[in-house]
Design a protein around this ligand. Structure first.
Ligand code: PA5
Length: 452
């Protein structure tokens, strides 16, 4: 169970906080946004329906059984939304996983990383999943060419194909075509699910299942959260509550930045995933009417208690632009009592017999109070415990809240036009036919900036 509370935006909890009736002012906008998203569910907004696709789950299990019979190491190629969700799932459960099946995410074109990995792995015991919805992302395609050759020179064409699985658009793109031509197994990312909303599709499920994560529970938790975030009654809908918090923090309290701060190492990597979701979905030059608005809310990843000794000073005393999403994992932590070492020393004597989870909880409560005292708004997310079902629910909650926030902001939370410009220029620079204009623009721009 996950709950969301936004009391930390209002007086008297928040120093200088909003009056309670400020919420009424955004309720109509939230209701409209929610209705719009629900009406688009059967059309271009597909992420709500991903967790209930049981035939996909069956196919994922079958494919993972096959891949595990061939390999102990799985390399996952992809970037952005085609990688970060899987990384977040695996990082959450890494300490509990059976390490006989290892997953390596390659989400960059840094030759030191990929080159080093290929030196360590053995082709006969390695499989590869290539994830690109568009089938056009140059970073992923460059990685793919390297992996194809690496497998083929040692094992031959047939074994190379057997060790490859694609996750891509169901109807178009290079990977879709290659899968057809070469008989490579391929999974679909539904056409109406964008990369950063795709964690509960085979994009995240295949690597998670290979590593041994309980993907059935992950999806069941996602499906249970879908029930809650599609509820029409706003007060029962945690995504609308979270969106209300984000919108009020920005529009009424001037909070241009939203810090995502779980008090949990397991959730550390969900911070990177959240940053991508919030940044790429909400950072838009134009609203949906084509007017220039320069919208967005700057997402920042932090971890409690670690970042109390790094970023918290800024959130408390720096410019008044931050709101903080504090995540608490309430139960289910490992038991680790602090022993009565140095029991005669007053500096540490008070810790004896306390569990480390109690220390972490005290740190969170103290930080929350310090933020509120300083006038920094807080949104509280409480996870009853951290298991696969709760993580599935957390993904759906944050996706739904992000979509709702974007619609209230008046922008399109499902596109990323700003990223496309840079992508095209890189293709021009690398010599892809048809991108000569982009190359010329880039060269002209660089001519104005000596010393690049
Ligand atoms: O969220 C998104 O849509 C992006 O981050 C994409 O996932 C990223 O650009 C990779 O795209 P593709 O899956 O087409 O390779």
């Amino acid at each position: 169970m996950i709950t969301v509370a936004i009391d930390g935006l209002f007086a008297p909890a928040l120093e200088g906080g909003l009056p309670r009736d400020a919420l009424d002012a955004v309720c109509d906008e939230l209701r409209h946004a929610h209705r719009e998203l629900m009406s688009r569910r059967d059309a271009d907004v597909g992420f709500y329906d991903v967790p209930t696709q049981s035939e996909v789950l069956r196919a994922v299990h079958a494919e993972v059984t096959r891949l595990r019979s061939l390999a102990d190491d799985l390399i996952v190629l992809g970037i952005g939304g085609s990688s970060m969700g899987g990384q977040a799932i695996l990082a959450a459960f890494e300490p509990t996983l059976d390490r006989s099946f290892r997953v390596h995410f390659v989400d960059n074109v840094d030759p030191d990383t990929l080159g080093g990995l290929l030196e360590r792995l053995e082709p006969p015991r390695t499989a590869v999943i290539a994830v690109t919805k568009s089938g056009e992302t140059v970073e992923t395609l460059a990685q793919l060419l390297i992996l194809r050759r690496w497998l083929r020179v040692t094992l031959g064409q047939g074994e190379m194909r057997a060790r490859m699985t694609f996750v891509t658009d169901p109807a178009k793109g290079l990977l879709h075509e290659l899968a057809q031509q070469e008989g490579i197994r391929s999974f679909a990312i539904p056409a109406n699910v964008g990369g950063r909303y795709s964690v509960l599709t085979p994009v995240g499920l295949l690597p998670a299942a290979f590593a041994g994560v309980d993907v059935d529970a992950l999806l069941a938790g996602g499906a249970a959260m879908v029930e809650r975030v599609t509820a029409d009654e706003l007060t029962d809908n945690p995504a609308c509550t979270l969106a209300a918090g984000a919108v009020l923090a920005q529009q009424r309290l001037g909070r241009q930045a939203l810090v995502y701060m779980p008090y949990s190492d397991a959730l550390r990597h969900t911070g990177q995933w959240f940053v991508q979701l919030w940044a790429e979905s909400l950072g838009k030059r134009q609203n949906r009417l084509g007017q220039e608005v320069r919208a967005g809310q700057i997402p920042i990843a932090a971890v409690g208690a670690t970042d109390q000794h790094a970023q918290l000073q800024l959130f408390v005393d720096g410019p008044p632009v931050f709101a903080v999403l504090l995540l608490d994992v309430a139960t289910g932590r490992a038991k680790l009592p602090v022993p009565d070492e140095l029991s005669d020393r007053p500096e540490v004597g008070f810790l004896h017999g306390r569990d480390l989870a109690e220390v972490l909880a005290a740190e969170r409560r103290a930080t929350r109070a310090a933020l509120l005292d300083a006038g920094t708004p807080v949104i509280d997310l409480r996870l009853e415990r951290l298991d696969a079902a709760t993580l599935g629910g957390l993904f759906v909650l944050l996706e739904a809240a992000c979509a709702c926030t974007g619609i209230v902001m008046g922008i399109n939370p499902f596109d990323q036009p700003g990223v496309e410009v840079g992508k095209r220029m890189a293709l021009g620079l690398l010599g892809k036919p048809g991108y000569e204009g982009e190359r010329e623009r880039l060269v002209a721009r660089e001519a104005k900036t000596p010393g690049r």
